[in-house]
Write a protein that binds this ligand. Structure first.
Ligand code: B12
Ligand code: SF4
Length: 515
């Protein structure tokens, strides 16, 4: 088998590449997983310096990899392109394979830089490539041959997810590249949180989301789930491998689909794993029964994608459902004392003040406090909404995410001064709704203020000092730790007690910066 390097860009987790690593490693291939830079704690990223890319290229050259596979996402497509272009200039360039969501959406664009584009899931594909199978016989790829693009059968999926090996989180053959340095990973004794997915695909098809188009590219069944047995097995291994584990995070797009699965999971997770966990829920699949099951299993916090309360925009997003039911889901989560994060999408050029008002009215019906992330609408390639916006002239082709790369700097930018005045004004009002000691009449008064409407940046600057972002905390700084105690500590003290709170803070402070 050919010596292979897999490159993860700005993502230390990357289940996709860690799974491909497992597949190759188990088949006896010589394979390394190279993590090129990491994202910032607040989910933004710093662009790579040219010398950092050169350092990586020299490393690849010295190691004489025959195949280099790069995972691509739209928001960080440019470093993939730069690395590939530089690799191509080497005297003996490796075969360059691109995969991941961006390449699946736009394989033609990827083929401008790589030799083989993996369209869809890559477990079988990467194995076939490393084994040197003839390209014409490999499924899920487009490739170049004599100046032509050859399109093989793509979108082929593994129906039984239990057959796929677990992503490999161990330190062996994993290297981290940052600031012209290569660091051998030694995370065994530091890893406090374990992330995993129990499913692939999503039951919904929101018009702005990649699932909207991926479900058309992938063969059926698009939505698949691992057995509870298989998930518990992975978690048991994780507990053995990482003695410091404190929590689990399920990254499934929607964790709460399939009540029968949830019932079995809830009992076994509590009995056999018993660690607090996080998951994403969907307002349409988050009734009291589901919440009760999750709470019994150990759900410690959840994220619910509301996106908008405007009925008109919900239609445009293909997110049907009654606002009353969404509200009920959020209230139920709070009833079971599950801290909840609500996601709202802003900066939609089709949204007018009536839509923004409708969202504000409903946010005011939610008992505070809650966490609210106001995201910016990102135009991912080929989704129904992006195509509609381009066609109607609301955005230009350069605004599509594989060109614009908004995700580098603007993922959940609450109170982001780059917003237009109306969006920033409502962002401020939304922000006020989540505060513990909010005053509805004060929010309504501000809503009527002509001064703040004209100068929303002034309002944002007044509110900003009250904002608190756990993710960007420096746990070694006394100032930040005190801030944490003031903003979050009291609720944690109430939920878990003094000992657990200080243990958590000490563990976080000891955890090296790269995790
Ligand atoms: C978990 C997650 C995260 C986590 C961690 C990532 C991780 N993997 O652990 C965090 C929070 C860090 C994150 C961050 C971001 N994410 Co995210 N994330 C996801 C999520 C929910 C799961 C990703 C995943 O692991 N999927 C399962 C694996 C098995 O699938 P996969 O990665 O696609 O890999 C398979 C194939 O694509 C292929 N493949 C992948 N790479 C390669 C490489 C080669 C060489 C080959 C041959 C094949 C191959 O084989 C894999 C196995 O079959 C997805 C949604 C989703 N359901 O996929 C969004 C998703 C990938 N994220 C998205 C976005 C936008 C982001 C951010 C840009 C947001 C931001 N600004 O912070 C960042 C970018 C981070 C980065 N550096 O890439 C978008 C990407 C859209 C796009 N067009 O690119 C998605 C699709 C969500 C969505 N529906 O819009 N994310
Ligand atoms: S529910 Fe979430 S992951 Fe699923 S299609 Fe809608 S936005 Fe995408």
């Amino acid at each position: 088998m050919k010596k292979t390097a897999l490159i993860s860009l700005y993502d230390m987790n990357n289940f996709g590449l860690r799974t491909l690593f497992s597949v190759l490693d188990k088949a006896g291939a010589e394979v390394d997983l190279l993590f090129f830079k990491k994202g910032n704690l607040n989910s933004t990223m710093d662009k790579p310096l040219e010398k950092e890319i050169d350092f990586l290229i020299n490393y690849i050259k010295a190691k004489e990899y025959k195949i280099v596979g790069i995972g691509t996402r739209s928001s960080i497509f440019s470093p993939a392109k730069e690395i590939a272009l530089k690799l191509k200039k080497l005297e003996k360039p490796p075969v360059i394979v691109f995969g991941g969501v961006q390449t699946t959406l736009e394989p033609g664009k990827s083929l401008r830089y790589c030799d083989i584009a993996c369209v869809g899931e890559g477990e079988k594909t990467i194995l076939d490539i490393c084994r040197g199978k003839k390209l014409k016989d490999i499924k899920n790829i487009f490739y170049k041959s004599k100046g032509n693009i050859i399109k093989n059968k793509v979108g082929v999926v593994e129906c039984n997810l239990d057959k796929i090996p677990f992503p490999d989180f161990l330190d062996k053959n994993k290297y981290y590249f940052q600031d012209e340095k290569v660091i051998e990973l030694k995370i065994k004794n530091y890893k406090t949180g374990y992330n995993l997915m129990t499913s692939r695909g999503c039951p919904f098809s929101c018009t702005y989301c990649c699932n909207n188009i991926l479900r058309k590219i992938y063969n059926k069944p698009y939505l698949r789930r691992r057995s509870v047995e298989n998930v518990i097995k992975e978690l048991k291994e994780a507990k053995e491998n990482f003695p410091s584990l404190l929590s689990v995070s399920f990254a499934d797009d929607v964790f709460t689909f399939d009540k029968k699965w949830l019932k079995e999971f809830s009992i076994r997770y509590k009995e056999e794993i018993n660690l607090p966990f996080f998951c994403y829920v969907h307002p349409k699949m988050c009734g009291e029964e589901e919440i009760k099951l999750l709470k019994e299993a150990g759900l410690s916090n959840a994220n619910i994608g509301v996106q908008t309360f405007s009925k008109r925009i919900q239609k445009i997003y293909n997110r049907s459902g009654e606002n009353q039911d969404i509200l009920k889901s959020v209230i139920n989560l709070k009833k079971y004392k599950i801290p909840v994060t609500i996601d709202i999408i802003m900066d939609n050029p089709m949204e007018n003040e009536d839509d923004l008002k409708e969202t504000l009215d409903w946010l005011l019906k939610i008992p505070s406090p809650f966490i609210l992330n106001t995201h910016t609408l990102t135009h991912f390639p080929r989704t129904e909404l992006t195509e509609k916006f381009v066609k109607e002239g609301l955005i230009k082709k350069e605004d599509v995410e594989d060109e614009l790369e908004k995700g580098w700097t603007r993922w959940a930018p609450s109170l982001d001064l780059r917003r237009d005045k109306l969006n920033l004004f409502y962002d401020c009002l939304y922000y006020l709704t989540k505060l513990r000691f909010r005053s509805k009449s004060m929010i309504r008064r501000i809503q009527k203020s002509r001064y703040f409407r004209r100068n929303p940046e002034k309002l944002a600057n007044i509110i900003k000092p009250f904002s608190f972002d756990v993710l960007s905390l420096d746990w070694n700084s006394t100032k930040d730790r005190t801030k944490y105690l003031i903003f979050k500590g009291f609720s944690e003290l109430r939920n878990r007690g003094v000992k657990a709170l200080f243990l958590k803070m000490r563990r976080q402070a000891k955890t090296p910066d790269i995790f």
